[in-house]
Design a protein around this ligand. Structure first.
Ligand SMILES: *Cc1c(COP(=O)(O)O)cnc(C)c1O
Length: 431
């Protein structure tokens, strides 16, 4: 499969090159040249197929020619090595829990898939390691660190802002060891992000090191997120109602994967982009004008994105046709107060403890279903409530149980290297 840059200036790339580069040299996002469709018969007996088999059929055409079948099946089995339960909330909706992976956030699937692809591509090349350089404001770093842990030929360097991530998140970044190094930056997230961008353009470094990024612009992190939507459809087909999915969205990688799943044939009736007050996309859907903004902090902070990178891919899926986009995608935005009220409401009606991101997804779904009572909906639960412990416990007046695997992480010893500025990062990379 060939990938083109959406900025149209760089050469097309095969899947491995697109994964190793992350972003095209013209700074455009990679997008598959062809979109295959699965036959209708595939969906007729989908409930009898296993999840790894479905995942294999969905993604195989996107990696065609670069990973042999048995290897791809192995990568998928390891990527999806945990549960994806659906919990009923009302008789018209449920939630799909995507947080049962090792770092308790949905980013585990993309990070694990990408890590294994990169490990496979780099297997023959023992002389040059690939360095994954990533800045994190919290969840991405943990999922990437965990996904790449112990992958041969790959070194991972994570930059995080000192004192600005939660205790759980910091422990997930700093206690793994092996091929993972955490750099604690004296600054804010934007400083970390700037340093990473500078390093990618610094020839002193790139002459010696093959650098790549691991955020959702990377095709190997983006596309495996299609699996969630297949899993949902497989479980809910028996309800025999049009299925709508509400996705708590920030950088729009997850929902864009859902729309891609639909594009290859998955019968999902409608998508809802649910955001916090960082509402560029809901605003675009109602006004037709795309106006990026500076991001504002909220209690659903993994969605505090003012100019979502993946939205350009969403437009591309719809051939830049605003009307057909609006037929398939609705958008709603909610404040922190509304999100807290939703946490309480979900708990009252069902006993379910959601996290703030899931609660935003719930609100978007509820809004949409008001006008479409004949449909069935799910909202995605993108993080375990324990990752946003203070907000959830204060709002619901309850204690949230800490999962066993997290207790283990919390008891380990933190190891990080403090750096003051860009020179600190450069010295580390060239050491
Ligand atoms: C990253 C993240 C999101 C947003 O996902 P996008 O793909 O960036 O839209 C939502 N919820 C949680 C918990 C996240 O970590």
């Amino acid at each position: 499969m060939i990938y083109n840059s959406l900025n149209k200036k760089s050469k097309a790339a095969e899947f491995p090159e697109a994964v190793v580069r992350g972003i095209a040299p013209d700074r455009g996002l990679y997008f598959p040249e062809k979109i295959h469709r699965l036959p209708d018969s595939f969906f007729e007996n989908i409930e009898q197929k296993s999840i790894p088999e479905i995942a294999f059929q969905a993604i195989a055409p996107f990696v065609e020619g670069s990973i042999p079948e048995d290897e791809l099946r192995k990568i998928i089995a390891e990527t999806l090595d945990f549960d994806f339960p659906i919990v009923p909330i009302t008789n018209q909706m449920g939630t799909l829990e995507l947080f049962q992976g090792p770092t308790l956030a949905f980013k585990d699937v993309g990070a694990r898939f990408m890590a294994r692809c990169l490990g496979y591509f780099n297997k023959e090349n023992t002389s040059q390691k690939i360095t994954v350089l990533v800045a994190t404001s919290g969840d991405t770093g943990g999922a990437v660190a965990n996904g790449f842990l112990g992958v041969p030929g790959i070194e991972v360097v994570i930059l995080y802002p000192k004192g600005k991530v939660s205790e759980v998140q910091e422990q997930q970044l700093t206690t793994l060891g092996q091929n993972i190094t955490a750099l604690e930056v004296d600054g804010v997230f934007d400083d970390c992000q700037d340093m990473v961008k500078t390093a990618f353009l610094d020839e002193d470094i790139t002459q010696h090191k093959q650098l790549t990024s691991a955020n959702s612009i990377n095709v190997a992190r983006w596309l495996p997120q299609m699996f969630y939507y297949f899993i949902a459809y497989r479980a809910l087909k028996k309800i025999n109602k049009p299925l709508v999915v509400s996705v708590p969205s920030g950088n729009f990688g997850n929902i864009c994967a859902g729309l891609m799943a639909r594009e290859i044939g998955l019968p999902i009736d409608h998508f809802i982009a649910s955001t916090n007050i960082n509402d560029v996309v809901p605003d675009f859907l109602s006004s037709g004008v795309y106006t990026p903004k500076k991001s504002s902090p909220t209690i659903s902070n993994a969605m505090d994105v003012g100019d979502p990178s993946n939205f350009i891919r969403v437009l591309k899926i719809f051939g830049d046709d605003f009307d057909s986009l609006k037929e398939t995608l609705s958008g709603f935005r909610f404040t922190d107060d509304e999100t807290r009220e939703a946490l309480k409401e979900i708990h009252e009606i069902s006993g379910y403890v959601a996290d703030p991101h899931g609660a935003v997804g719930y609100l978007g779904l509820k809004e949409y279903l008001k006008d479409h009572p004949e449909k069935y909906g799910i909202f995605l639960e993108t993080a375990h409530p324990v990752k946003f412990l203070d907000t959830v416990e204060d709002t619901l007046n309850i204690k949230v149980d800490i999962p066993e695997r997290l207790k283990d992480t919390l008891s380990k010893t933190k190891k990080s290297i403090e750096i003051q500025d860009y020179q600190g990062l450069k010295d580390f990379l060239l050491r």
